[in-house]
Write a protein that binds this ligand. Structure first.
Ligand code: NAD
Ligand code: IPM
Ligand code: MN
Length: 344
């Protein structure tokens, strides 16, 4: 029987995960859901943002569903030694699971164009996928350091690291509209030269995919002025982090954005947004990104594509009827969740 490890985390994490669990229990009542602490909550409970109990629970699990981690700007957590901070717990979780390919789909759903702050002719029909490398680059490179008046980080990639995430991007493009845009800064960075060469060589194996290379600064503009030109975007870790928050402008809110992180047996599913300390505890967070992440979990880790389709359709119906505050509406977390359950 399928087993999912549930990691609510900090801030609005428990609120949005609570919503997604209601939906999962409705469409997949046979799945075992097991909650464990992560992030700041785990540091408070166990002195470690990714404690051994949580790590052990992941062994043999089919998937993990995560809320968010991290505190407010003035949180004491931000002054802990880096390995003990909430965000380090998340990075260690990703590394432990070996999930190097982070898929962040961005869709302006039919009938929800009005939720985008962009003009409808720009936003309508947008359906793109950001494939973000998740276990390399500046985030994990050991060549880093901080002195009193100087500090440095390093963006290092090996050909093998580029190839394994590239494979996910090519395969996705092949199953979609067949256009892959590789994002880099090859006009300045050696690591981007290797990225570009590697992806170009890989393209031989995917004759049905058209490969383009674009500079990350240019992509930042085109993503919000001509988003319909993109199908799959392949990026290194930090570029993908930034571009995916930017891409949230297209559907209308960061609260709508789901993600799936794949690579090894146990997939990790989490919304793209953070712990939103400014609204945490108020019951007004948009749970759609987490519910849609649960849909991705059903599709990719549990092989239940038709349930995933049902959840996605129900979220669309609910958002059209009762948009949350981040989308200019008034619905609370509970009201949107109830609307999703009704639409199911
Ligand atoms: P954030 O994503 O938490 O919030 C940015 C803005 O978006 C805020 O105004 C917030 O209220 C709003 N927002 C985010 N999610 C929302 C939702 N579901 N519904 C309605 N509004 C939503 O980014 P931040 O403020 O830069 O970071 C806050 C904390 O979260 C930091 O500690 C940061 O390190 C952490 N963080 C964690 C993750 C993660 O767990 N994956 C991701 C990003 C940031
Ligand atoms: C995200 C977050 C994380 C990241 C942080 C919290 C470590 O911003 O999932 O996008 O940068 O990967
Ligand atoms: Mn981010």
């Amino acid at each position: 029987m399928a087993r999912v490890v549930v990691l609510p985390g900090d801030g609005i994490g428990p609120e949005v995960v609570g919503a997604a669990l209601q939906v999962l229990r409705e469409v997949a009542p046979d799945v075992t859901l097991e909650e464990h602490p992560i992030g700041g909550a785990a540091f408070e409970a166990a002195g470690d943002p990714f404690p051994p109990g949580t790590r052990d629970a992941l062994a043999g699990a089919d998937a993990a569903l995560l809320g968010t981690v991290g505190g407010a700007p003035d949180s004491a957590w931000n002054h802990l030694p880096r390995p003990q901070r909430p965000e380090s717990g998340l990075l260690r979780l990703r590394q432990h699971l070996g999930v190097f390919a982070n898929l962040r789909p961005v869709q302006v759903m039919p009938g929800l164009e009005h939720l985008s702050p962009l003009r409808p002719e720009i936003a309508a029909g947008v359906d793109l996928l950001i494939v973000r490398e998740l276990l390399g680059g500046a985030y994990f490179d050991p060549r880093r350091g901080r002195g009193e008046d100087a500090a440095f980080n390093t963006i290092g990639y090996s050909r093998a690291e580029i190839e394994r995430v590239g494979e996910h991007a090519f395969r996705a493009a092949q199953e979609r509209r067949g256009v892959l845009t590789s994002v880099d800064k090859a006009n300045v960075l050696e690591v981007s030269e290797l990225w570009r060469d590697t992806v170009t060589a890989q393209a031989q194996a995917y004759p049905r995919v058209t490969l383009n290379h674009e500079y990350v600064d240019s992509v930042a503009t085109l993503l919000v002025t001509r988003p319909q030109r993109y199908d799959v975007l392949l990026t290194e870790n930090l570029f993908g982090d930034i571009l995916s928050d930017l891409a949230a402008v297209l559907p209308g809110s960061l609260g709508l954005m789901p993600s799936a992180s794949l690579g090894a047996r146990t997939g990790l599913y989490e919304p793209v947004h953070g712990s939103a300390p400014d609204i945490a505890g108020q019951g007004v967070a948009n749970p759609a990104g987490t519910i849609l992440s649960a849909a991705l979990l059903l599709r990719y880790s549990l092989g239940r594509g038709s349930e995933a389709d049902r959840v996605e359709a129900a979220v669309r119906t609910a958002l059209a009827a009762v948009p949350t505050r981040d989308l200019g509406g008034t619905a609370t977390t509970a009201e949107l969740t109830a609307a999703v359950l009704r639409a199911l």
